[in-house]
Design a protein around this ligand. Structure first.
Ligand code: HSE
Length: 300
């Protein structure tokens, strides 16, 4: 039996739409075993009731993609999922499922595929690399797809950097959150984001958190998505006032995420309270960056 642990992720980091993401110390586990016949899927934890147990299950689909790729035909398969990453909340639950399935299936079928190949397969399924890359590789990843491959570099999370996440009690699909985005944006907004992204990546590489305030600003997606997350602008402002270095929408939302090096409890409290004042119940967690990505934690 293979057991793989795979982290939650936060994508975009503000301006780095579809190209920047960071792994977080909150893990799902995927256990996979070959059996004599059939498909059995067991699901525990967050959203368990709504997750399919048949061939439409995303972990199974990801595993199947790997098996096809390496011509491996298990007689039967048993998959057991234990989910801690909240489902459809902007913390990379679908990336964790895809990467967990791909990594477990690769180990089960003899470890034939390289990390880069696994990433290319995961990116094909997800459509953009900013969640799947840090889910697979850990840390902070700058990634872009070119000529069918994902080109990426790993950035070690700066010392002392932690996040505070406020996870609303409603789901928002990435599909819906992408439908509200315009097909084209003004040149000055693109320039605004290019400048912020360049500053953000440099600040993260140098461990200079003092620049995050400006470096995490965005004009490509957050304001369009604000209508989907009641109280979003107020929660972001409250977290900043409470001492966060930068505060953004996590991935496509609805989770909001603050980056900080102190005042974690205060930031968590004001984010939860401000959401509540806007009619939204939110669960708050302080999460550290995960320097490691998906990995086998046990083999029995
Ligand atoms: N970059 C993606 C988005 C992340 O913002 O739509 C969510 O999957």
């Amino acid at each position: 039996m293979i057991r793989v642990q795979v982290p939650a992720t936060t994508a975009n980091l503000g301006p780095g739409f579809d190209c920047l993401g960071m792994a977080l110390k909150l893990y799902n586990t995927v256990e996979m075993d070959e059996t004599s016949a059939g498909l059995t899927i067991e699901v525990h934890g967050d959203g368990a009731a709504s997750i399919p147990r048949d061939e439409s299950n995303i972990v199974y689909k990801a595993a199947h993609k790997v098996f096809q790729h390496v011509n491996y035909n298990p007689a039967g398969l048993k998959i057991r999922l234990t989910n801690r990453v909240p489902v459809c909340r902007g913390l990379g639950s679908s990336a964790a499922a895809i990467v967990g399935g791909i990594v477990a299936a690769n180990i089960l079928s003899g470890g034939k595929l390289s990390k880069d190949k696994l990433l290319a397969l995961a990116n094909e399924m997800e459509g953009h690399p900013d969640n799947v890359a840090p889910a697979l590789l850990g840390g902070i990843i700058a990634a872009t797809a070119a000529e069918g491959e994902v080109r990426y570099l790993y950035i070690a999370p700066p010392a002392g950097l932690k996040t505070v996440v406020a996870v609303p009690d409603f789901q928002l699909s990435t599909k819906r959150a992408r439908e509200v985005l315009p097909g084209q944006v003004p040149l000055q907004d693109a320039v605004f984001n290019v400048g912020r992204t360049a500053l953000l990546v440099t600040a993260l590489c140098q461990g200079d958190l003092s620049k995050l305030n400006y470096a995490m600003e965005d004009r490509l997606h957050q304001s369009y998505r604000a209508s989907l997350v009641p109280g979003m602008k107020k929660v972001l402002a409250a977290a900043r006032l409470a001492g966060a270095r930068g505060v953004v929408l996590s991935g496509a939302g609805p989770t909001l995420i603050a980056f900080a090096d102190e005042n974690f409890d205060l930031i968590a409290k004001v984010m939860r309270d401000t959401f509540r004042e806007n009619g939204i119940m939110a669960k708050v967690m302080v999460l550290e960056p995960s320097p490691v990505g998906a990995r086998a934690v046990e083999r029995m």
